[in-house]
Structure formats: C-alpha cells, structure tokens
Design a protein around this ligand. Structure first.
Ligand code: HEM
Length: 231
C-alpha cells in the first residue's frame, strides 16, 4: 500500500476542518492584513510591546500559580512561605518571579508611553474615541492587577503598602461610600486573610480574563479604523 505524502495528509485535515468551519478564511483575514509603512514612526511600537509584556505576565503568572498558596492564616503564613519556596527551592523560580515582577513594572511604563503616543498623534479623536475609552478601562485593570499582585507575597512591605493604597481608595467622598468600598476591598474591617483571598482571586482569574477580552475588542477596533496617520 502506497504511503500518503505528508502534504496530502495536511490538506485532507485542513479540508476536513474547513468543511466544518471556514478556518483558512479566518486565519487569512487575521494574519494577512496590508498595513501602511510609516518610515521612522517607531513610536507606533509601544502598544505591541504592552501586548508582549501581557503575554509574558500570563505565562509567568500561570507558572507562579503552580506553587503559590493563597492562605494567610498560620504563623508564618503559607502564602509568605510559598513565595519563599518559589524564590529559593523551585527550579528557576527566582527567574520566573523576577520576570513577573519586572515585566509588571515595565508594563505600566509602556502603557503610559503608548497612551502618550496616542494623545500626541491625536489618535483619540473621531472615529477612535471608543477605543480610547477601552484603553482607559485597560489602564484601570492593569493598575488593579498591580494593586492585587502586590499583596500576594504577604510580607511586611506587601501588607503595609496595600493597607495604605486601600485607605487612599477608601478616602472617596462621602465618608460612608469610602468606608463601604474599603470594606468590600478588604473583605472585613481590616486587611487580613479575606483580603488576600479576594486579591488572589481577582488577580489570577477576574482581571486577566477582562484584560484579554478588552485587548480583543481593542484590536478589532484598530482593524476596523486602520491605524492613524503619524504626525
Ligand atoms: C493592555 C493595554 C494596551 C494594549 C495591549 C494596547 C495595544 C495597542 C496596539 C498594538 C495598538 C496599535 C498601534 C500602536 O501600537 O501604537 C494600539 C492602538 C491604540 N491604542 Fe492601545 N493598547 C493598550 C492600552 C491603551 C490605552 C491605555 C489607551 C488610551 C487610553 C489606548 C488607546 C489606543 C488607541 C486610541 C489606539 C489607536 C491609535 C491609532 O490608530 O493610531 N491603548 N493599542
């Protein structure tokens, strides 16, 4: 019996898939878009850098979650101990944690540069206002990721810095509303184990899911409008 050529197997698989959903068409539309060649407009690269850093965060975050224990009870607490374990015992744990930490810092700088570029080239104007709003939402989610992630090591710096930030957020007027928001964030009257539990949940499930969804919307908008002209 003749052995089929790998290329024939490949087209048989692709045809089988395409008969069930137009995958080839979807991939062509997603990847083969003609884009203008703006010579020297290097400042158009920052949004892409933010995207790459977010991919780094998702990958290193999943690896950290394999060992992190979101438990603030006990003395010393398992959350703190698990971070020490990642840092000192897990193979390349120090590197994964370091990349997650530094990429998080770089991410905020890059988002601000990207936003400044969009402002500087006037690209927030019609018809791109909605995309500017989606971008603003993503900025808040990224700041939320920074706040919730900072508490997770559960050491003194994490605890007291988060306490101060939560107090500032709780300072919104009127005082009753501020106190209510603070209680919701903390999960009780003080920063404690329930705070760590909800920060962990929001940091690894809720905010990453929202940011991925918003990035998809952001990129669909960019496709729909085309990129704006440089200065
Ligand atoms: C998760 C964060 C973000 C990612 C991954 C991202 C990604 C991108 C990418 C790849 C582009 C294509 C052009 C370029 O890179 O400059 C872009 C364009 C754009 N971004 Fe973002 N962005 C983010 C946050 C923001 C923020 C915070 C704002 C503003 C509040 C914003 C507003 C815009 C607008 C209006 C455009 C269209 C610009 C044009 O047509 O010239 N983005 N974004």
């Amino acid at each position: 019996m003749a052995v089929p050529h790998p290329r024939d197997i490949q087209s048989a698989v692709v045809n089988w898939l395409d008969e069930r959903y137009p995958f080839t068409k979807a991939v062509d539309e997603a990847l083969y878009q003609r884009v203008p060649n703006f010579a020297n407009a290097f400042y158009y690269c920052f949004g892409g850098m933010v995207f790459i850093l977010i991919v780094f965060q998702l990958l290193t975050g999943v690896l950290l979650a394999l060992y992190y224990i979101p438990d603030a009870t006990g003395n010393p607490a398992p959350a703190y101990q698990s971070v020490q374990f990642i840092q000192s015992n897990v193979f390349l744990g120090w590197l994964i944690r370091g990349v997650h930490f530094w990429a998080a810092n770089l991410l905020i700088i890059m988002v601000l540069i990207h936003m400044s570029r969009v402002y500087w080239t006037g690209s927030y104007r019609a018809p791109r206002e909605l995309n500017w709003m989606v971008g603003t939402l993503m900025l808040f989610i990224i700041l939320g990721l920074a706040l919730t992630g900072y508490l997770l090591p559960w050491d003194n710096k994490a605890y007291f810095a988060s306490e101060v930030t939560i107090k500032i957020i709780g300072g919104v007027p009127p005082p009753q509303l501020g106190a209510f928001i603070r209680e919701i964030i903390q999960g009780g009257p003080v920063v404690g184990p329930p705070t760590l539990q909800r920060f962990f949940t929001v940091h690894i499930f809720v905010f990453p899911a929202i940011i991925v969804l918003l990035m998809y919307v952001h990129f669909r908008f960019i496709r729909a409008h085309g990129i704006s002209e440089p200065m």
